[in-house]
Design a binder for this molecule. Structure first.
Ligand SMILES: NC(=O)c1ccc[n+]([C@@H]2O[C@H](COP(=O)([O-])OP(=O)(O)OC[C@H]3O[C@@H](n4cnc5c(N)ncnc54)[C@H](OP(=O)(O)O)[C@@H]3O)[C@@H](O)[C@H]2O)c1
Length: 249
């Protein structure tokens, strides 16, 4: 039997923006499917916390989106979890610099794999369920750097630009049953690990933000939640959530 509550699959939902988005949709009564890759422990902890609030309202799905062969099983597991799917948030993303002169095929595959290829094939695999929902919605998390390049990150910028183009193209191809929108974050939470930015670059970025601060994960989560749970006449749009940075000289 399909679940009574609407169901959302969020990729990269173990931590940071994805986890905040899961919390907000869960607070609105949604069942959340938390996809993760390496953050299994975080995703399990989040699922336990949400299931303690409402039994059976959170499930964890593990897959490395660099591997094209995981898409079909991931989509099947997502449908099997609750027997329905109402929304998909393509949030998982790899981010690291690619200085010209040192760019490799492996950089291309990793940055396009999680940021562009997996969102397309996952959306395609889940399109029948999203159509059947009657309220189907997809939200792709892009980046303001799809339009305003970040120096030294050409491949990431290209991959996010592909995701932005996909957002608009699929808004046509999946209409009228499924709305497809995007959220383009500015500086929300500083990158960690291989994409880490030094203090000078962080200060330079903060100087270019009219609102003068990082956005924090809830700024993205609340916009995604609005695009999924409200916004019934909005499709094909990409909302910049960037403290005004994209209109700064
Ligand atoms: N943070 C910002 O300020 C900012 C700015 C602009 C755009 N964005 C965009 O907003 C979204 C969320 O940002 P964030 O900072 O929360 O992202 P993040 O922490 O950099 O990445 C989110 C998750 O993506 C997953 N991921 C990466 N590569 C994957 C792969 N090959 N297969 C499966 N999962 C993979 C990771 O999951 P595991 O940990 O489970 O491996 C990671 O936890 C991303 O799309 C990002 O590009 C963020």
């Amino acid at each position: 039997m399909p679940a009574d509550h609407p169901v959302v699959l969020i990729t990269g939902a173990g931590r940071r923006v994805g986890a905040a988005t899961a919390r907000q949709l869960h607070a609105r009564g949604w069942t959340v499917l938390l996809h993760c890759r390496r953050s299994r422990d975080d995703a399990d902890r989040l699922a336990a916390e949400l299931n303690a609030l409402r039994a059976g309202s959170a499930h964890v799905l593990v897959a490395d989106l660099d591997d094209p062969s995981v898409i079909t099983p991931l989509a099947e597991a997502a449908i099997a979890a609750c027997g329905r799917l109402d929304a998909l948030v393509n949030n998982a993303s790899t981010f690291h610099p690619t200085p010209v002169g040192d760019i490799t095929d492996a950089d291309w595959d990793r940055l396009f794999g999680s940021n562009a290829r997996a969102p397309l094939f996952l959306t395609q695999a889940l399109a029948p369920a999203l159509r059947a929902s009657g309220r189907g919605a997809v939200v792709n998390i892009t980046d303001i750097h799809a339009d305003y390049p970040l120096a030294g990150h050409v491949v990431y910028c290209m991959a996010k630009a592909a995701l932005a183009a996909m957002t608009k193209a699929l808004a046509k191809d999946l209409a009228p049953a499924v709305r497809v929108n995007g959220v383009a974050p500015g500086a929300i939470l500083w990158p960690e690990g291989e994409g880490e930015m030094d203090a000078d670059l962080q200060r330079e970025i903060l100087r270019s933000i009219p609102l003068g601060r990082e956005g924090g994960v809830d700024a993205i989560a609340e916009t995604v939640t609005y695009l999924i749970t409200g916004a019934s006449y909005i499709s094909g749009q990409i909302v910049a959530v960037d403290g005004g940075r994209s209109v700064w000289g």
